[in-house]
Design a binder for this molecule. Structure first.
Ligand code: HEC
Ligand code: HEC
Length: 354
């Protein structure tokens, strides 16, 4: 198996050297976003995909206003719990509702390929967001993670913190054309299962591969003591100090790909440790555990036909079993949605008949 993989990598290498255009196109397809995912489909067809993975060197920035702001943004991403978490000493700076860091999910301060990176993100905003049914700015997107992944409240729009995070995101998009999709963004897209994911099997996978770090109750491991604002050495995956039930990580396609390409912590998409089946099942187990509730989730995705197939909460446009939205298989849902979208009953109501 390893030999076949090496052979494939070698062949791919030759293909890259021989034909960069074909390579770019292949990756464009491999990374084509699912409906509702961040990269807008419109831009993908017009501007070539950025296939290089170049992370600008933050150490090269001068110690001036700009450099200090970008570095503060990086610190906010890497040490969120210590700077704006629920345990910081100044109550006016308690914005996050849990003790995660942005980089608990946006790995290596948002610089890891297919580790939900921030590289190339700034270049893609503003964009249309299906979740709100409106065009949103990069600030809006950050607030989305503040109130869901961080289970907290929005940062004040004019705060030093918001400015710094946006500056850091802009810095990470240095040299990338506005609107150009970046290969390596997001959590990846492995093939889907033709069966429903199996949380019971996922529990066994979890015990074997995850519990040693994340804990048998998914509670993670604190860096210091309760209340000291040091956050986690290893973040919790469920329970009261985790992301809430409206967060992007509760969508199985996001979670399974993130786990496959990044977990156990340290693996890369080039050399994943779990089989794809184990990754789907363990992600289904994690996502079926209790976590904080976000109010008014029924207001998300006002156009139900644009709701991602794996949104784990209703209402849905289709009449399928809600469990299928949590666990898959997802292709039949896509097919059902496609059919609904062309049905005349979905057309705008006519007003000119008696
Ligand atoms: C629990 C995991 C988690 C944490 C913690 C988290 N995020 Fe996210 N974030 C996600 C996921 C998953 C997505 C992609 C979701 C989607 O659009 O389906 C995302 C998307 C984003 C995006 C858009 C990325 C893109 O490619 O378009 C930005 C910007 C962002 N997050 C900022 C932040 C910031 C800033 C913080 C900390 C204040 C944060 N996130 C904390 C999981 C997380
Ligand atoms: C070697 C320890 C280790 C192992 C084993 C491990 N993880 Fe992680 N995991 C981490 C660390 C550390 C982070 C956060 C990265 C950071 O803060 O830099 C993380 C982050 C995560 C996150 C996103 C953050 C969050 O709070 O949800 C998920 C989901 C996750 N791991 C799932 C898993 C699953 C599922 C497994 C088993 C297949 C697993 N991990 C195995 C250490 C580990």
């Amino acid at each position: 198996m390893a030999r076949i993989n090496r052979l494939l990598i070698a062949l791919l290498g030759i293909a890259v050297l021989a034909c960069p255009v074909v390579f770019a196109l292949r990756h464009a397809r491999a990374q084509t976003p699912a409906p509702g995912s961040p990269t807008s489909a419109a831009s993908a067809s017009t501007i070539p995909v950025e296939t290089s993975w170049v992370v600008p060197d933050i150490d090269k920035l001068a110690d001036d206003d700009w450099g200090r702001t970008v570095r503060y943004g990086r610190d906010l991403v890497a040490k969120t719990a210590s700077l704006i978490g629920p345990e910081v000493s100044d109550p006016a700076h308690r914005f996050a509702g849990n003790n995660l860091n942005c980089q608990s999910c946006h790995l290596e301060a948002g610089t890891k390929e297919l580790g939900l990176p921030f590289v190339g993100v700034y270049a893609d905003f503003p964009n249309y967001r299906a979740r709100s049914g409106a065009v949103g700015t990069v600030e809006d997107r950050i607030q989305g993670c503040m109130v869901r992944s961080m289970n907290g409240k929005p940062l004040p729009a004019d705060s030093r913190e918001m400015t710094a995070i946006v500056a850091y995101l802009k810095f990470l998009s240095s040299g990338r054309p506005v609107g150009a999709p970046t290969h390596g963004r997001g959590p990846g897209r492995m093939p889907e299962l033709t069966r429903a994911a199996d949380p019971a099997h996922g529990e066994a996978v979890y015990a074997q591969n995850c519990a040693a770090c994340h804990g048998d109750q998914g509670q993670g491991q604190r860096a210091g003591a309760l209340g000291d604002a040091q956050g986690y050495a290893i973040p919790p995956l469920w329970g009261p100090d985790s992301f809430n039930d409206g967060a992007g990580m509760t969508r199985l396609i996001n979670a399974a790909n993130f786990v496959h390409n990044n977990m156990p912590n340290g693996v890369t998409w080039q050399a994943p440790a779990l089989s794809t089946e184990d990754a789907w099942d363990v992600a289904a187990f994690v996502d079926s555990q209790p976590r904080p509730h976000k109010a008014q989730l029924d207001r998300d995705f006002p156009n139900r036909l644009q709701k991602p197939v794996d949104a784990p909460y209703g209402p849905y446009a289709d009449g399928l079993d809600p469990t299928q939205h949590k666990l898959g298989p997802f292709q039949p849902i896509r097919d059902a949605i496609k059919e609904l979208a062309v049905r005349p009953s979905q057309a705008p109501p006519k007003t000119d008949h008696p």
